[in-house]
Design a protein around this ligand. Structure first.
Ligand code: IVH
Length: 307
């Protein structure tokens, strides 16, 4: 499965933009900046405008068929909303992420703890666990959600398809599909850095986990010319921030624990001093959902960095 190159600093963002510009000399470049949603990568397929298949991306070639479970996701329309006189494409596949909102994660873990089961470590694991369920009636009880940010296979698009990311996101939104909550379109490295900073503030208030920003070349023709390495497209990158350090407590999920869950915690090996600390990346799973407030998302100034 293809992934994205990771960057952690403004310098690396500038270097990325410069690298693309060198490969597309003299061409005007535009960039979109979207939240990087921390979920399960999926593709969803519509045939003649009707939802036909959902699959995990797996290794990029073969994934698991999760059609019945994806069908239960309420934010995903079962039929594309195409304007009168505009028939849907014969086949169109969208790429995106299925995630469990934080409220659903807390609820699911509270239920698991009450039943004496091991809680999920983070919302992504909880979403992946839900999607593996064989009984889609149980999955329907989970408040899973989905965001779509890309295009896959396409056949029989009526007229001319959009030529860039911004245009596709607009097309998808008009068809009733859930697209990224925020998206900036900018034309310079400095503006990319500014948009990442704006997103970084906003995403703390999202009701789901994000682990950074995704920066993409807007124009699809330019993307095609940039191509990919064996691992990742050359036209996109993920920006992930290292914002501070956070202490890991045994009861990090911050809920009142029944005795059974406490004994599960106690079975865990006692951490060595340095293991009690972990790099705290934004949206990392170590933050108690109940303390996930704007102030809790600030770097923990009272916490000493491990030596
Ligand atoms: S574009 C080659 N856009 O992050 C894949 N990915 O760490 C291009 N992700 O594999 C993906 N939010 O599963 C893209 N707005 C977004 C995303 C996003 C989350 C995931 C995706 C990707 C992973 C890379």
């Amino acid at each position: 499965m293809q992934s994205l190159e990771n960057t952690y600093s403004d310098e690396e963002v500038r270097a990325f933009v410069l690298r693309v510009q060198k490969l597309l000399p003299g061409e005007p470049l535009a960039w979109t900046i979207e939240p990087k949603v921390d979920g399960v990568a999926v593709s969803v397929r519509y045939e003649a405008g009707v939802f036909a298949q959902g699959a995990t991306r797996g290794d990029g070639t073969t994934g698991d068929d999760i059609t019945a479970n994806v069908r239960t996701i309420r934010s995903l329309p079962l039929r594309l909303d195409c304007a009168p006189g505009h028939p849907p494409p014969a086949v169109i596949e969208f790429r995106g992420e299925i995630y469990l909102p934080l409220a659903g994660f807390q609820q699911q873990n509270a239920e698991r703890l009450a039943a004496g089961e091991e809680p999920f470590v983070n919302p992504r694991n909880a979403a992946a666990g839900s999607l593996k369920q064989l009984d889609s009636r149980l999955v329907a009880r989970r408040p899973l959600s989905i965001v779509l940010y890309g295009i896959g296979e396409m056949q029989g698009f009526p007229g001319t398809p959009p030529a860039d990311q911004k245009g596709w996101l607009e097309w998808m939104r008009a068809a009733g599909l859930p697209t990224p909550q925020e998206c900036w379109l900018v034309d310079s490295a400095e503006a990319v850095i500014e948009a990442i900073a704006k997103l970084d503030l906003l995403r703390r208030g999202f009701g789901y986990e994000t682990d950074g920003a995704v920066v993409k070349l807007n124009d699809f023709a330019q993307r095609l010319r940039m191509g990919s390495t064996a691992k990742a497209p050359r036209w996109a990158m993920a920006h992930r921030c290292l914002v501070g350090w956070k202490r890991l407590d045994a009861n990090w999920w911050g809920m009142a624990m029944p005795a059974s869950a406490r004994s599960w915690v106690n079975r865990k090996p006692t951490p060595k001093p340095n293991d009690a600390w972990e790099k705290w990346r934004e949206a990392c799973s170590t933050i108690s959902p109940t303390t996930r407030t704007a102030s809790a998302m600030q770097p923990d100034s009272t916490a000493a960095k491990p030596s």
